[in-house]
Ligand binder design. Structure first.
Ligand SMILES: C[S@@+](CC[C@H](N)C(=O)[O-])C[C@H]1O[C@@H](n2cnc3c(N)ncnc32)[C@H](O)[C@@H]1O
Length: 255
């Protein structure tokens, strides 16, 4: 189990001016091995110290912490393109996924969405057509210790392949979600949500064109996240590229 090693940015006043002496660092470290920093070596016995311990290294101070769910989650192996945290957040809050929810998702991909949902929901069932992606997703769920997610090989466009029903939420991250409407009709409970993740607005149009009257369109959103840099010299959005990820389409089964 990895631990989190953090060093805060160190600022000192030199000739009346504040100077950054050393930068912020964050590492996921294996406490069974020594860790090499540019300021020296931190010994493995120090890396095993109680969470919150301060470790001296040259003139620098590091803090060692136990890894929480989000630390382990961020280290997950990636194979297929994943759904990022900002979009996962909106999927959860728009559909109200909670500890009583039963969720179906496809495709599993790298397991990013599925694993996050499993950490919150009662149960997650995840389908993918590709065995290699399923293996990556499964390994990620295991490494996070998630026991309430099951992975199945299958084509989500084929309703016959999915025997379970009564799902509260069904999330689709596949290229042609309109082909999975038959599945959504079968597996969702009345009032259940179908949430669709699509990178292109034309895919959203294609999806909505075929949406049957038994589904209510709740809305289409794009989540824009702007990180700000806030320190003694600057208070403004970062210059990082705020790339578009996808459009989220939320629908609800009425009958
Ligand atoms: C972009 S990835 C999903 C990423 C995933 N949401 C995550 O957060 O890690 C899309 C996945 O859909 C799978 N897929 C494509 N068509 C499918 C289908 N008809 N049925 C099931 N899975 C499908 C692909 O194999 C691929 O793994």
């Amino acid at each position: 189990v990895k631990r989190v090693l953090i060093k805060k940015e160190r600022i000192m006043e030199v000739d009346g001016k504040k100077r950054v002496i050393s930068d912020f660092e964050k590492h996921y470290v294996d406490p069974s091995k020594d860790f090499h920093t540019k300021y020296g070596i931190i010994r493995r016995e120090d890396l095993s110290k109680e969470s919150g311990s301060v470790l001296k290294c040259g003139n620098e101070e590091y803090h060692i912490l136990d890894a929480d769910f989000i630390d382990n989650y961020k280290q997950m192996a990636r194979h297929a393109q994943i759904i990022g945290l900002k979009d996962i957040g909106t999927i959860i809050t728009s559909t109200g996924i909670n500890r009583d929810s039963k969720v179906l998702e496809a495709g599993s991909g790298s397991g990013a969405l599925g694993c996050y949902l499993a950490a919150i929901a009662k149960k997650v069932v995840s389908y993918d057509i590709d065995q290699k992606n399923l293996a990556v997703a499964k390994a990620n769920a295991e490494s996070l210790g998630l026991k309430n997610i099951t992975y199945d090989a299958g084509d989500i466009y084929d309703p016959a392949g999915i025997t379970e029903h009564g799902f509260d939420v069904f999330v689709l991250d596949v290229p042609e979600p309109e082909k999975a409407i038959g599945t959504a009709r079968k597996v969702l409970k009345i009032g259940g949500f179908l949430a669709v993740y699509l990178p292109n607005i034309m895919q959203v149009q294609d999806f909505l064109k075929d949406l049957p009257g038994s589904f209510l369109l709740e809305g289409v959103v794009e989540v824009i996240e702007r990180e700000w840099v806030v320190d003694e010299r600057r208070t403004r959005p970062t210059t990082k590229d705020h790339a578009h990820t996808a459009f989220l389409t939320f629908t609800r089964k009425l009958f």
